[in-house]
Design a protein around this ligand. Structure first.
Ligand SMILES: *[C@@H]1O[C@H](CO)[C@@H](O)[C@H](O)[C@H]1NC(C)=O
Ligand SMILES: *[C@@H]1O[C@H](CO)[C@@H](O)[C@H](O)[C@H]1NC(C)=O
Length: 243
């Protein structure tokens, strides 16, 4: 029930996006993350999320560093790598930030609090090989900050959320490579090679943990092909494209 409410809200907002968001900011503007659309097979296949989720309580900060990959698969193909709070067992909210990579070699840096759509950061032009630290930090269940930092230069961009469209459960902390939604359809999933979230931690009321022991999720296409191979350990989360 919760899940279909999110979908309906997502569809409505996606339709409204073009009139509210200037396209000059970036490609991911107006696109959407969806909550994890898991099926019930082991080891947890999903149509849209690949990566690792820690399920617990009181998570209010998640961080991880990726090296921006080169993606292929055609100009419409895309994938996003992001860190976030909620969206798995908690389907009603996600606070997240990350980067998208497209098959035509372009990139986009963005933040999102679902069911609102995604907004691109401006003035943060990504390149293959950039080391980007991603952090979401929720000061409450309805306020927080999303930050992306270029570890080579120390340059960072951030967005502070107020008047958020949903309330966090703070029960999921995740490091995800996503086949996201644009115009109410999943984008063709790009071949991103391999993405590793290093220095990955989740903190909150129970202290700080690593991705070790996370629930691992892989993307299975609608035709039943498994498109990713993800794993997690205390040193981070790695997902390889296997399509
Ligand atoms: C990160 O720093 C590198 C090295 O200076 C630079 O080439 C790249 O464009 C920077 N990327 C961002 C997103 O700031
Ligand atoms: C991990 O974080 C530590 C402390 O901030 C830093 O010294 C180290 O370089 C980072 N390692 C990677 C792989 O990002």
């Amino acid at each position: 029930m919760k899940y279909s409410t999110v979908l309906l809200a997502a569809a409505g907002l996606a339709a409204a996006a073009p009139s509210n968001v200037s396209p000059k900011y970036g490609r991911r503007n107006g696109a959407h993350s969806l909550p994890n659309q898991r099926n019930t097979k082991y080891p947890q296949y999903s149509s849209n999320w690949a990566g690792a989720v820690q399920i617990g309580k009181g998570f209010n900060k998640v961080t991880g560093t990726i090296t921006v990959p080169r993606a292929s698969g055609g100009s419409n193909a895309a994938a996003s790598a992001w860190v976030g709070i909620d969206g798995d067992t908690c389907q009603s909210a996600i606070l997240q930030t990350g980067v998208s990579f497209y098959g035509d070699g372009s990139f986009d840096a963005w933040y999102e609090w679902i069911p609102d759509y995604s907004y691109s950061f401006s003035g943060f032009s990504l390149k293959v090989g950039d080391e980007i630290r991603m952090t979401v930090d929720a000061s409450s269940k309805t306020t927080g900050v999303a930050t992306l930092e270029n570890l080579t230069t120390g340059k960072s961009v951030s967005h502070t959320f107020t008047n958020t469209p949903s309330t966090l459960c703070e029960t999921n902390a995740e490091w995800i490579v996503e086949d996201f939604e644009e115009g109410s359809q999943l984008v063709p999933f790009a071949n991103f090679g391999k993405v590793t979230f290093s220095n990955a931690t989740a903190s909150g009321s129970s202290g700080t943990i690593t991705p070790s022991g996370s629930t691992i999720i892989d993307i299975e296409s609608s035709s039943g092909k498994v498109l990713t191979d993800c794993s997690a350990s205390s040193s981070g989360v790695t997902c390889s494209y296997t399509g």
